[in-house]
Design a protein around this ligand. Structure first.
Ligand code: 48H
Length: 267
């Protein structure tokens, strides 16, 4: 067995994937439940997508369930999404179902990759690319990336970029991509203040209800999904119920698909 051949296999395969991801239709920041759900529904439709995840592992807040008890709860609509991912659920009561958090994370990741999503871990989104469109307005045209190890070790190393027609911010509570956009170009998000409105304290029902209305294009070319959507639009957190994250990821994929369809028609 040749160790250098093993190294070559890893490096050549990785760089083939990475080069392929430099120009995608949809780039997703964050491989939590909402990001991976969006990735699956897009890849399933043949959309070229890449997901960039800061951490070593995927799943965001899902593996920890509630307070490190690795079970998740979903409501009826969320259960239907888990059914599609072939995640087993047990009925608890009052329209609530329970699933194993690790089974759910594994299934979301496996299905997304098998559908054709390219998922990169240990890469952080640190900025976006912006261009003026034909209609004279600024649009987001891709992501600026760096190895997470670079920012963790506070090294001064310049980033690389990927081009995409649509970006999905699925970075969770911090809504990092939207935060970067509002910091760099001023309060021009499609919220009532133009700025990030900030996540509100826990109210599960309201948080789960509003997350779907909040999942939308928040700046030209930028869709916000999952917990980031509630943070951006000032809605409550909902605790360890994950149906809203799955449904928001699915909704973000639908919005992105519609945008791509319209763009193709206009071409
Ligand atoms: C690359 C990044 C970056 C970056 C962050 O937090 P997540 O699980 O997000 P969602 O929205 O899919 O799910 C939220 C859910 O887990 C949750 O926290 C709930 C339901 N909370 C309710 C409550 O009351 O607390 O995943 C986001 C992912 C993570 O894996 C991050 O590491 C990653 O995004 N990420 N990746 N570049 N700049 N920022």
């Amino acid at each position: 067995m040749d160790e250098v051949l093993i190294s070559r296999a890893i490096m050549e395969s990785y760089f083939k994937n990475f080069l392929d991801a430099l120009d995608v239709e949809v780039a997703i920041a964050g491989a939590g439940p909402s990001g991976m759900t969006a990735a699956y529904y897009l890849a399933r439709e043949g959309v070229k997508i890449a997901v960039f995840e800061r951490q070593l592992r995927v799943g965001g807040g899902m593996p920890g369930g509630g307070m490190m008890f690795n079970c998740i709860v979903v409501q009826e609509e969320g259960r239907r999404v888990l059914d599609e991912f072939e995640v087993r659920t047990k009925k608890y009561k009052d329209g609530l179902y329970v699933a194993h958090a690790l089974e759910a994370v594994s299934a979301l990741c496996l299905k997304a990759i098998k559908a054709g999503a390219n998922i990169f871990n240990l890469i952080s989104v640190e900025d976006v690319m912006i261009r003026e469109s034909a209609s004279g307005r600024d649009v987001i045209t891709g992501l600026v990336l760096n190895w997470s190890a670079v920012s963790w070790s506070k090294l001064h190393v310049d980033p690389l970029t990927v081009r995409s027609r649509v970006v999905i911010d699925a970075t969770g509570h911090d809504g990092e991509v939207c935060r970067i956009v509002s910091r760099k170009i001023g309060p021009r998000l499609r919220t009532s203040t133009g700025d990030i409105m900030g996540e509100k304290s826990m109210w599960s029902e309201k948080g789960e209800r509003e997350i779907l209305e909040n999942t939308k294009e928040v700046y030209p070319g930028l869709i916000v999904a999952g917990m980031a959507a509630n943070a951006v639009f000032g809605s409550p957190r909902m605790g360890a119920i994950f149906g809203g994250m799955l449904l928001s990821g699915k909704r973000a994929a639908e919005i992105a698909l519609e945008k791509l369809r319209v763009e193709r028609l206009l071409k």
